[in-house]
Design a protein around this ligand. Structure first.
Ligand SMILES: CCCCC[C@H]1O[C@@H](O)C[C@@H]1SC[C@H](NC(=O)CC[C@H](N)C(=O)O)C(=O)NCC(=O)O
Length: 221
């Protein structure tokens, strides 16, 4: 079967969680990086962007946009979406929370340089006072290795992704969260994730000026 194909900028943005999920599921994928406005306009003219937006993922003969729809499809397809509706809705709650946190981090890259420091400080604050305490409590109350049931799921993948992104902004951030610290080590050592965390994987670096300029140029905003 042909590999899934991802169309996005050569950076994290909204596509990075899709890369994580595919990698954690051990699925290889191809990427087309948008560098020019013409590439983006061609995708639009070809009618492949439902609302004129990327991420775009071609998989199983389908042309998918909307990050959350794509992630849900992949989680279900690779059996990372819980064993029943009650586990699935908890996974949805957890992933929506980590997506909110990660999007604020991604957006901060687009803020004016003089505001960046403050934006990132408030994100770390929010992680330390709102998100990480919630996940520390879940791990404590649940008493298992994973967030849901006792099985690895999409929620574990995305929480690790979010933890690593916040640590890039504030390395000692987990010092007050011992269960999250142990969770990070456990999930990072899952073979497919361990491989994704090594150099040479399709994982993208933190946003830099080039990435921001490319997104602005291609999307003209
Ligand atoms: C938001 C944080 C990520 C940083 C960069 C991204 O944010 C956006 O500012 C740009 C990119 S993502 C690119 C952007 N995509 C979306 O906003 C998708 C939103 C959709 N709900 C999804 O979840 O996939 C885009 O194509 N816009 C064209 C335009 O709407 O006309």
């Amino acid at each position: 079967a042909s590999k899934p194909k991802l169309y996005y900028f050569c950076g994290r943005g909204r596509m990075e969680s899709i890369r994580w999920l595919l990698a954690a599921a051990g699925v290889e994928f191809e990427e087309e990086f948008l560098e020019t406005r013409e590439q983006y306009e061609k995708l639009q003219e070809d009618g492949r962007l439902l609302f004129g937006q990327v991420p775009l993922v071609e998989i199983d003969g389908m042309t998918l946009t909307q990050t959350r729809a794509i992630l849900s499809y992949l989680a279900a397809k690779y059996n990372l979406y819980g064993k029943d509706l009650k586990e699935r809705v908890r996974i949805d709650m957890y992933v929506d929370g980590t997506l909110d946190l990660m999007l604020t981090i991604a957006l901060a890259a687009f803020s004016a340089p003089e505001d960046r420091e403050k934006a990132q400080a408030s994100i770390v604050q929010k992680a330390k006072t709102r998100y990480f305490p919630a996940f520390e409590k879940i791990l404590k109350d649940h008493g298992e290795d994973y967030l849901i049931g006792n099985k690895f799921s999409w929620a574990d993948i995305q929480l690790l992704e979010a933890i690593l992104m916040v640590e890039e902004l504030d390395a000692p951030v987990l010092s007050d969260f011992p269960l999250l610290k142990a969770f990070k080590t456990r999930i990072s050592n899952i073979p497919t994730i361990k491989k994704f965390l090594q150099p040479g994987s399709p994982r993208k670096p933190p946003p830099d000026r080039h990435y921001v300029e490319t997104v602005r140029r291609v999307l003209q905003f």
